[in-house]
Structure formats: structure tokens, C-alpha cells
Design a protein around this ligand. Structure first.
Ligand SMILES: Nc1ncnc2c1ncn2[C@@H]1O[C@H](COP(=O)(O)OP(=O)(O)OP(=O)(O)O)[C@@H](O)[C@H]1O
Ligand SMILES: [Mg+2]
Length: 346
């Protein structure tokens, strides 16, 4: 094997689990054979990808050479200048407004609310992107019926987002072999993946970027607040959690990092019996309103616990697009209030 064949063979190796070759991803810096000793220098960015590519190359050339030495080129960091929450970077200059949907706790309906609010904005004629920032539990593809899609690249080497219900959609679930592949990333890797989703996705000009945040108040939330000027935060909670520390923590974090709160959404607020249509305030009523008052943030709306909302959502049929008029109105009214509360750039 000569240098040229060697390089050609290297370029053709597939990046593990992706439909792209090392050549396409421009990951080979140099490839050289001297006296049957091969040396490859890689341009991988993270240690994780270096180890993965190294193994793929070693497997491809097992016993081919006397020695196979694979190193990683020291890279000039693309941009180590991380922002602060007071003067955040803007990794998404193409988005006029960024809305972060959060909650103190998991399972309260953040993703459902994010998807339906994003679609309600698109129904008003706005250009809307939906970023699934929940890298460890990405649900957006299932909720938007894009879970069988895989990412592709355009001619400018940008990732093409999925599209459905008038939204452009990006999620790590679109990059894994199956949408339920568990991710075991360190949070630093998760953060770089999200930054790549902001910078390397062909979003086009957006009126709104809606971000479905992971639950809690951790690294990802902080990074997003440092890397993006978040126009408004929407806090989702349920009546049982209204008085909990998790919710107060989430509100305080937004205040600490200077993100204006558009308001509170009380989800699974009351129950509508499917047979009689009767309303039951299982957890009492008025919790969301009291919380909103206590922190001086608007109550944007209440969404009942509704079997059809769950069924539609789990089937990738968002209620604001395909539900009854009553269901559509829950989300459309919330968006209306939000547009009144915050001075968005439109
Ligand atoms: N108003 C509602 N009525 C009935 N079911 C709902 C409602 N809102 C959400 N759900 C259901 O509750 C479950 C959790 O919702 P969702 O995934 O949106 O929560 P989440 O806060 O994003 O959760 P996680 O923290 O795991 O990301 C889903 O099965 C969803 O269909
Ligand atoms: Mg979620």
C-alpha cells in the first residue's frame, strides 16, 4: 500500500454510527507510511470522537502494517470565549427571539408545551425553529412525528433540520441510530452538541427559536443562557408542584441570570372527564395564580389533564395542530398572552 492508497482508504472509512465518511467530515489531517509503519493525524475535536475514530481506523487496518500510530492534531480552539449570562454570546444571530421552555422538575409537560407553543407561533405565520435541548431524554421527534428521520447535510456542510407542522426541528434523537438510543455523554459533550445545533444547522432566518430545555437548573440551562440572548423564559409546572422548591429554584435561576420570564403555564391543571366533560380540580385550584402573584410573573394559562392531549402527543399529533378546537385554544391563548407580555422583536 502506498501513501495515496492509504489516504484514499482512510477517507472512505465511515464515522461510527453516522452515514458520513472521515473524508466527508474532513477528519484526516495527514496520513503517511514509512517502512510499513503508518502514521495518521486526526482533526477530531473531542477526546470521545478521537477515540471512536481511532478504533474505527485500527479495525480497518488490523495487521496491515508493522505499526499504526494514530494521533490527534492539537487544534486551535474555535471559540473558547464563552459568554456570561449578563452579556451572553449570540450563537443564533439568525433568530430574532429565543424562548426557553423550562421547569423545575421532569415530566410536567415541558416538551408537550414547547411543541404546541412553537406550532401555535407558526400558525400565526412566524418562522419558528424548535430545538430539543433535552439531550438525555429527547422527546421532540416523537411529539412532532419526526422520530424516524435522520439528519442529513446540505452542500454548505450544514445540518438540515427536520420539518413538520410548519417547524424546523433539531434534536440529538435525530443523530442517534434509533430515537431511544441512550446517551451517556458527559455534560461538556452535551453542551458542545447543543452549540453545534445552534451554529451548524441550516435554520435560516427565524422569528422564534423555541428551546425545550431539560428538567432542572443544571449545566445545560446555564450554558444556553450564556450562549444565547434568551428573550423570554416560559416556566411549566403542575398544580402539585406549584409550591415546591424545584419551581422556586427555577424561577430564581431565571432571575439570577437576567432572563425575563414571559410567564407560567400550569399544565395538567384540572381534569376533564372524557365521558361527561365534567371538570374536576383534583389538586385544588388557584395554585398557579398564587405562585404567579408571589413571584410577580404572569400566569399565561392553564391546560387540563386531558387523555386526548396525551394520546395525540404520544402519536406525534400535536393537539394545537390536530386536536379539537378547545384543545387548540389552550395553546393559542397562551401564545397570545405571551406575545402581549413580552416585547418581541418582530
Ligand atoms: N395536559 C396534558 N394532559 C395529559 N397528558 C399530558 C398533558 N401534558 C403532557 N402530558 C403527557 O405527560 C407526559 C409527560 O409530558 P412531557 O414529555 O411533555 O413532559 P416533560 O416535562 O417534557 O418531561 P421530561 O422532563 O421527561 O422531559 C407525556 O406522556 C405527555 O403526553
Ligand atoms: Mg421533555
Amino acid at each position: 500500500m502506498n501513501n495515496k492508497n492509504f489516504e484514499h482508504a482512510l477517507q472512505g472509512i465511515k464515522y461510527p454510527k453516522l452515514n458520513r465518511t472521515l473524508g466527508e467530515l474532513k477528519l484526516i489531517s495527514t496520513a503517511k507510511i514509512t517502512d510499513e509503519n503508518a502514521h495518521v493525524e486526526l482533526l477530531t475535536v473531542s477526546d470521545e470522537s478521537y477515540l471512536m475514530v481511532k478504533t474505527a481506523i485500527e479495525n480497518a487496518f488490523a495487521n496491515e502494517f508493522k505499526s499504526l500510530n494514530i494521533t490527534k492534531k492539537a487544534q486551535v480552539q474555535k471559540d473558547t470565549n464563552y459568554g456570561t449570562t449578563a452579556t451572553p454570546n449570540n450563537r443564533a444571530p439568525y433568530a430574532a427571539n429565543v424562548i426557553a421552555v423550562t421547569s423545575g422538575k421532569g415530566g410536567v409537560g415541558k416538551s408537550t408545551v414547547s411543541v404546541n407553543l412553537a406550532i401555535a407561533l407558526a400558525q400565526l405565520g412566524y418562522k419558528v425553529g424548535l430545538l430539543d435541548a433535552d439531550v438525555y431524554g429527547p422527546n421532540v421527534p416523537r411529539l412532532t412525528n419526526t422520530d424516524l428521520e435522520k439528519i442529513s447535510w446540505n452542500d454548505n456542510n450544514k445540518i438540515v433540520p427536520s420539518e413538520n407542522y410548519g417547524l424546523k426541528i433539531m434534536s440529538v434523537a435525530l443523530t442517534t441510530p434509533t430515537s431511544d438510543t441512550p446517551l451517556v455523554w458527559r455534560s461538556s459533550v452535551a453542551v458542545s452538541a447543543l452549540i453545534q445545533f445552534l451554529e451548524d444547522v441550516a435554520w435560516g432566518a427565524l422569528d422564534f427559536m423555541v428551546i425545550d430545555m431539560p428538567p432542572g437548573t443544571g449545566d445545560i440551562q446555564l450554558t444556553m443562557a450564556q450562549e444565547l440572548p434568551i428573550t423570554a423564559g416560559v416556566l411549566v409546572t403542575t398544580p402539585q408542584l406549584v409550591a415546591s422548591d424545584d419551581v422556586s429554584r427555577a424561577i430564581r435561576m431565571f432571575q439570577d441570570i437576567h432572563v425575563p420570564m414571559a410567564g407560567l403555564v400550569e399544565n395538567m391543571s384540572y381534569f376533564i372527564a372524557p365521558d361527561t366533560g365534567n371538570r374536576y380540580d383534583i389538586f385544588g385550584s388557584g395554585g398557579g395564580a398564587r405562585l404567579a402573584k408571589r413571584y410577580n410573573i404572569p400566569l399565561l394559562g392553564q391546560i387540563p389533564l386531558d387523555m386526548e392531549i396525551r394520546e395525540g402527543s404520544d402519536n406525534g399529533e400535536p393537539p394545537v395542530a390536530l386536536g379539537s378546537d378547545t384543545q387548540k385554544k389552550y395553546y393559542q391563548d397562551i401564545v397570545q398572552r405571551m406575545l402581549e407580555e413580552i416585547k418581541f422583536k418582530l
